[in-house]
Design a protein around this ligand. Structure first.
Ligand SMILES: Cc1cc2nc3c(=O)[nH]c(=O)nc-3n(C[C@H](O)[C@H](O)[C@H](O)COP(=O)(O)O)c2cc1C
Length: 467
């Protein structure tokens, strides 16, 4: 039963008249023509495109002007629009909208399933409320719709569903809300996929669902928004900020003039003498214990050159790209390396930036408190002594976010995987001890380097030493 809801066209859909007298519904390149509408049907779709109407009001508009037979046509179009995910449903209070459910993917269908009087439900733990433009919206990775909360009463109702309630109990808990309004609000959220039933013992049903219970809110939200299927946001290489913001440079500039030239290996010689690819692949292991021998500056230079130095700068579509040995989504190469040198032969300990274009280290600081903390944190993460070298991998986010819609951060994490494996294989080929780390302290990195957290901060950590 949906006849108490206000139906309207989704804000993403336009009712277009082109040429005069010919109407169609349009979203981007998708077009649904309105074939020979009578005056009643035309008035009905104009209401849909405007303030909206209930199904009963639409029926009456059409049957009073075009005759009862034309209702078939109205319902054909309502079904088509619903199938495309182009219809919104709203609950009103005092003639104003209280909440509107807007499909954000065409697979969303508002079925209008009713809510029983004795049915207790609560807001899904995956629902989140945030400001989008000048509206407050509820979103959830479990849903293919977004619910706009138009007024404080809607937010009060949503807050009332933080605990299990029937719609009658909800009405009693929120001042100025009738039982009928609470019923429609609960029905709207239920059909939009934001509620979970309360079980007899008061637990949320979704918390007993084995496939859901281990998902953290942020992981599932990130997963659903960085993959296709549950939203219609711009996706892929859409050049989001072209013409609006400068893309950060190909390679980050040197952060200090205190520069250490690094050893460059002879790649031609290595092509002939290096261990075989299969040998490196098959013998690769994570090694967390370093020493007693110290890694040398020459080994560190060779390692960095083989993993991360820029090989070439090449012209591309409208800019330049760098070529490196590890793959990188869109050749953005947003990842940068910073080194905490704990113990290394012929290299002063402290914090360094790796400059991959000229294969140099730029010294940033002594062993400050923050640098010590980063080392301690790595040793705690790997349950071992502080590593000889801790490599902090940062991302210059705007290299990727400038171009990619929806998948930017996910792409960065995938790129780290490519770099990690490259580091592992090079370290193995060189007889060094490598170990990737699964977490680190990005704020501490920001404090140690003085870099703006939102512009660039650490997204990966890697320990290296002599085995
Ligand atoms: C993304 C990633 C995160 C990791 N995080 C940690 C970590 O935090 N601490 C640790 O000691 N090892 C960590 N490792 C190493 C894994 O434990 C190791 O790769 C795994 O046990 C398989 O062993 P192997 O690398 O020796 O084949 C990580 C590896 C990867 C790829």
């Amino acid at each position: 039963m949906t006849d108490r809801f206000l139906i309207s066209l989704s804000p993403f859909v336009r009712l277009v008249e082109d040429p005069p007298g010919q109407f169609s519904f349009q979203v981007k390149k998708v077009n649904l023509p309105l074939v020979k509408p009578g005056p009643g049907l035309l008035a009905a779709v104009q209401r849909l495109a405007g303030e909206g109407a209930t199904e009963r009001q639409l029926d009456s508009l059409v049957s009073s002007r075009d005759g009862a037979f034309a209702l078939f046509k109205l319902h054909f179009y309502l079904d088509e629009l619903a199938d495309q995910g182009w219809l919104c449903h709203a609950v009103r209070i005092d003639r104003e909208r209280l909440a509107t459910s807007i499909p954000i993917h065409r697979d969303h269908r508002f079925e209008g399933e009713p809510v029983r009087k004795d049915e207790r439900c609560l807001l899904s733990r995956f629902a989140c409320c945030r400001r989008e433009g000048d509206r407050l919206v509820l979103e959830s990775p479990l849903s293919r719709a977004q619910v706009v909360l138009h007024s404080w009463r809607a937010t009060a109702l949503a807050a009332g569903l933080a605990v299990p309630r029937t719609y009658g109990e909800l009405a009693a808990a929120v001042a100025g809300i009738t039982v009928e309004t609470a019923r429609l609000f609960v029905q709207l959220l239920k059909n939009a996929g934001f509620l979970t039933p309360a079980l007899e013992d008061g637990a949320a049903a979704e918390d007993r669902q084995p496939s859901l219970v281990q998902w953290e809110f942020h992981d599932l939200f990130f997963h659903s928004r960085s993959r296709e299927g549950r939203h219609a946001n711009p996706y892929g290489g859409v050049d989001r900020f072209r013409g609006k913001a400068e893309r950060p440079p190909l390679v980050k500039q040197k952060m200090s003039s205190d520069v250490v030239e690094l050893y460059r290996p002879d790649l031609e010689r290595l092509r002939k003498t290096d261990v075989s690819f299969t040998e490196a692949l098959e013998s690769r292991r994570s090694k967390r214990k370093h020493g007693p021998r110290l890694i040398t500056d020459k080994e560190l230079g060779e390692f960095l050159f083989r993993c991360a130095a820029v090989r070439e700068i090449l012209p591309a579509r409208d800019a330049h790209i760098t070529r490196r040995v590890y793959p990188g989504g869109g050749a953005a190469y947003e990842l940068d390396l910073y080194l905490v040198v704990n113990q290394c032969r012929n290299l002063r300990s402290g914090l360094y930036q790796y400059y991959p274009l000229e294969h140099q280290l730029c010294r940033l600081s002594e062993r400050t408190m923050e640098v010590e903390w980063l080392l301690e944190n790595a040793s705690y993460t790997a349950r071992t002594d502080p590593p000889q070298i801790l490599i902090l991998i940062s991302a210059r986010f705007q290299r990727v976010t400038w171009r990619y819609g929806s998948m930017a951060y996910a792409t960065i994490l995938k790129n780290i995987g490519g770099l990690y494996q490259t580091m592992y294989l090079v370290a193995t080929a060189m007889g060094l001890a490598p170990c990737a780390l699964g977490g680190g302290h990005s704020d501490m990195f920001a404090r140690a380097t003085g870099i703006d957290y939102y512009e660039e901060t650490s997204v990966g950590e890697f320990m290296l030493g002599a085995g």
